[in-house]
Design a protein around this ligand. Sequence first.
Ligand code: 3EB
Length: 331
Amino acid sequence: MQPIQPVESTSSLSFRYTAESLDTLARDQGLLAVINFGKECFVDHASGYLHCGLPSLNDLPLTEVWRSDLPVRRGVCGPCHWSETDELLVVALSFDETPYPDFRMAVKDAYQRLIQFTFDKAYPHIIRMWNFIADINQGEGDAERYKQFCDGRYEALLQRGFVQEQFAAACALGHAGTGNIIYLLAAKTKGLNFKNPRQMNAYHYPREYGPSAPSFARATLATWQSQRQLFVSGTASIIGHQSMYASDFDAQFEVTCQNIDSLLQHVAEQLGECRVPRMSLLKVYLRDKRTLDTTRDKIDRHFGGGVPVVFLLGDICRRELLIEIDGLCVL
Ligand code: 3EB
């Protein structure tokens, strides 16, 4: 009798939160990205490590690590730090707006460079965009920095020929420090974008939210050689286009979780899956660190206790929103 062969599974892309030292991590040949939590917001030009500007509220100092079992190449190209396998590309840049006439122009230039790079490297399909922005709620009316950010991102995407249906999953959070960082995950093959049945597509938000509606999808499914991964966008207490329960944290938490549930159910239906998938990795953004203790319990109760989660202190892009959750779902 032949012995049963163990099933070798090659991971195209995996994510974990770890307390390992950066020196230990650096020895991994398959490293695609290292994301540090903390007040600093920049791409470290020496190591390529990303610093997102949002302090973690977890007990252990965690770092986020992306890796692949496939051969990884990495490099620097102007302001862009990148890493790639044969099927995917990670590209990051940090920027300072001082040389630009306004924040919108700085964001537009950053996005143009990032998109150009994905085209040049022939990974034209954006799967997920992460945006960490200084003082995201600063400025009044259309001059609010988040609205300027939406303008700049939209103009760059439009100029490079993207249409609404191609906008990928994203998150956009603010921090109290200086600097802005954007990083993208892009692929050789197209992702599949999803709407949330409880929410209006963000790119259809009415004019009251700013001159350019936010350019993102509620979730994007990436199909890699070895697995399918659903990237769930930042999700908050918004029904339709309206923020719900402006000053009630507990109610916002409930609406946020219901929104994620309805998204996952919708995705399962669309894909013909008989079971609704569960979240595999979570990020919880809190505007006020005093809500941490209650949130920990609520997260365990809603998503189950075993899901890796980081709690980050950050500003959600609408002033009245107190919590946002995003994450990954391995299908
Ligand atoms: C919302 O649903 C909440 O502008 O990239 C969530 C995810 C939000 C992404 C973005 C904004 C973004 O409108 C905010």
